[in-house]
Design a protein around this ligand. Sequence first.
Ligand code: ZN
Length: 698
Amino acid sequence: MTVLPPAATQNGSLGQTNPLLSGWSPPDETPPFAAIRPEHFKPAFDCAMADHLVEIEAIATSPDAPSFANTIVALERSGRMLEQVSAVFHALAGAHTNEALMAIEREMSPLLAAHRNRIHLHDGLYARIKELWDTRDGLGLMPEAARVLERYDVTFRRAGAGLPAEAKGRIAAIGERLAALGTAFSQNVLADEQAYLLVLDGDKDLAGLSESVRAAARAAATERGIPDKHAITLARSSVELFLRSSERRDLREKAYEAWIARGNGGGATDNKAIIAETVALRAERARLLGYPTFAHYRLDDAMAKTPQAVEALLERVWPRARARAMADRDALQELIRQEGGNFDLAAWDWRYYAEKLRKARCDIDAAEIAPYLTLDNMIAAAFDTAHRLFGLAFRERCDVPVWHPDVRVWEVSGPAGQFLGLFFGDYFARSAKRSGAWMTMLRTQHKLDGEVRPLIINVMNFAKADDGEPTLLSFDDARTLFHEFGHGLHGLMSDVTYPMISCTRVATDFVELPSQLYEHWLEQPEVLRRFALHYRTGEPMPEDLLRRLLAARTFDQGFATVEYTASALVDLAFHQAAEAEKIDPAAFEADVLARIGMPAEIGMRHRSPHFLHVFAGSGYAAGYYSYMWSEVLDADAFEAFRETGDVFDPATAARLRSDILAAGGSRDPGEAYRAFRGQLPTADALLRKRGFAEAVAG
Ligand SMILES: [Zn+2]
């Protein structure tokens, strides 16, 4: 193993010129974004990785017998610089990228994977961890420390530690290749999104679009350098708004076809070969580690534990959702007939006619809602909910360096006024931003050497209004804002000692519990009455509209559940395939959809060639079901509040804080949930929430 000179000397010369390696800006110790340039990353990564390896060697070759302090705690203290550089890099690569950063991402992702392999497959290091694990009962560890030791043992074993040298070598090579494939996948999707723009020319092209949709389309055109025009991009919020309201069937088809073709267009940005290779390599790695398929490997360390448990849930929901969707399809087709249309409902028609059906059935119009949902008021609503539940307070800070002028920062404090962390909100769609919405961290919480508080980021892709106008959200957008803020609270309220288990470092099928649970408060009349105020008049949403909005909650849940569950089933199928080496992704996806009886009029929420959750890194690979698994928990968890008669019940909120939000990964997820609720839930509350409850009785 080549080891560069110790970091102290390296930092001495580089730190003066490289802002990534010098200490971060006081008083908050946040990254000095204005000073960071792409060329700083490569030397900073090199230096930080070398630094980390020196630390690792010192731990692994220590002459002292392994102890929790000289091995696990030392590992927890190691690699700080690398974590810092990586956090800044990944924040920028997601929310504010450019050609230079994308090139570094391609270069660094296999190198970072190789770096992780050198640690996880280090024989001397694993021998010390294993010795501690084998003698754990005699170590006298406190519960949190015991959990951290367990997580180290599990993490190393799952990475291939302890296997014969040949298997380890192959696992390392697979890991590096997968990292490169994941980066390429993600960059291809972004490239396809950046390359496309549907320019709307003249009034005819704008037919059906409300003033707020037009404003968003003007902003999108301006952002792409064609001011005074209107344009639709492939960002979900842009294209979905258009599909919902455009009267132009030909343009809807155009936009829809471009949207679902991301990563699937042939040529340099086509992702199908990447999918085939990724699936094959994941399967091979799983077999080397002793699992029959990647899904078995993945789920073994999740709350679900087995593919069978996941299938049982998805298969309970699927027929009910599909039956509802088929009935809705017939109603939409009837609507077309009544209007004199002589065509079959197609996937690019669903949202448009569903919107009409919503108006007819629930007497509700998306254009009627948006003027009451300003971005600022929805942020205020999310903050106020956190205040009522947990006593948190938010103060906007304009002096903290950010990566784009639209990013806002708040200082968050707890009920006793104690500093909890900084919260960064980056809300608007930009072409340099990956699509979707996510939460990430610039720094994680821990107490290893005194209290270190987290720096939390929420990134969204809302269509920005014209200059000087307030940005208006759809109800779905507002729900996304609450969702990501729920993840944010999981980070901000974390209160554990060890970084390994802090904040959102929990099982993937548990991590959506705080976020999806938080969405419930957006739907409370008392929250909407205070914060859903008309952007011009300041008047609250009329009671009648509020009632209709909330009554419409389960409208089109057949569609929403079908598009999601289809993606979850396809993900699971890819990672359970018997002959993973021979997969033709397009044919495989089509086969799965045919087998489950996917309605032709509904597209998957994410088709495989742009399924970033699953193929841009392994984050949600064989794990897209997690949202529904967590929904079983969140539907049941919110009932815990409801049962008290007060959705802000202080005692229930206190348990949510201590057992879930503050606890991070310090407990097994099932155990943490039982502590909060007394027992594990069934899917009944989820089926009720989605409006499929009448089918449950049968
Ligand atoms: Zn989430």
